[in-house]
Ligand binder design. Sequence first.
Ligand SMILES: NC(=O)c1ccc[n+]([C@@H]2O[C@H](COP(=O)([O-])OP(=O)(O)OC[C@H]3O[C@@H](n4cnc5c(N)ncnc54)[C@H](OP(=O)(O)O)[C@@H]3O)[C@@H](O)[C@H]2O)c1
Length: 354
Amino acid sequence: MTKYELRQQRGAHGSTRRQFLRQLGLGMVAAGAAPQLLDNAHGTSELKKKSHKVKYRILGKTGQKVSEIGFGGHSWSYKRVPDGKGGYRKPTIDEAIRMIAAGLEMGVNFLDSCTPLIESSVPGEALKRLGRRNKVLVSIRVSHKMKGCESDKKEVFKWTEERLKLWQTDYVDLCLLCNTANDTPKSGYWDMSYSIEALDKLKQQSKIRFTGFGCHFTPELFLEAFDKFGNYFDIFSLPYNVRHRAAEKLLPEAKTKGLGIITIKPFARGELLKNRDLKRTDSGLPRDMISFVLEHKLVDICTCGVHTIEQVRENFSASWTKLSPSGRKRLEKVADTAITDHQYAWLEHGWRYA
Ligand SMILES: NC(=O)c1ccc[n+]([C@@H]2O[C@H](COP(=O)([O-])OP(=O)(O)OC[C@H]3O[C@@H](n4cnc5c(N)ncnc54)[C@H](OP(=O)(O)O)[C@@H]3O)[C@@H](O)[C@H]2O)c1
């Protein structure tokens, strides 16, 4: 029996549902949360009344049962919550706990974090207070140079150790290799061989369970990576939304290698939702955009960034809401919207067409 299986059996941090709700209530009292959430804990919440649950899929060769929608990590590091003074701030830890608790109540069991440190510290603290670490799959992303150099190993160890601390855990479920900031598709390489040696060691030490890769490079480089390294890895991650659909070309290839598929950027980092009247004429649009991603049967998880509890409720409801014909028509219009923010130009250049 592996260390991970032992931990699961012992339920070291585990709890029954009743204990979970109690912990949630107590945790929130400690954290000074609004009484409304205590009501939730005693079963009067809107969520509980509706008791909608997300659906599950199998994450490729990992064999893990995962919620088809997961929490993205960028939520915790971007300043996008109105601060009441005309500016924006990051979600507080109490807000993060409320959001994550609401997702867990709906059955969400996947939490991602990208490379910035804060993305791991916030959900790590939230899961600790909720006592739910061993009920979810935690995914981290670690940067390496991809140049096939010995120093990659050191980098992978360093990033993993840092993130284990921030997630307040002694293992993570998924560890994905990412490119470093200065590497671009023009670098013309994708050598993960040294990093793989580091991942093997981390697996032996029971610090990571499954491995994967992802980056912002071109779809063509992904094809090359499947070919060279697809047999080694368990999963990969790539952008996919109504406008940026190059993933459709890659997914069948990935499945031939048994890779689990995690999609990112269902809203192109919110760019496809800009200037829309989401309270009235465009109400339900974010949910429909996730439903679109989930319609692709080769997708295992769609991860999305969220900043408010309302966004959590809307986005995860895509799991039980079918796209209507009018919703589908509306998506066609969204797909025609060009992205102008230069930060996301890479999506427009490489990721548009299947
Ligand atoms: N290098 C990598 O491997 C990599 C790169 C990118 C992303 N990722 C992962 O993928 C996850 C998802 O991608 P992403 O966060 O970049 O982009 P995304 O999910 O496409 O967009 C997130 C943004 O969309 C807006 N949004 C979400 N739900 C909404 C709703 N119901 N109503 C209105 N607006 C809504 C929010 O914008 P506002 O802030 O304006 O509210 C939110 O910040 C990330 O969080 C991260 O975990 C990994």
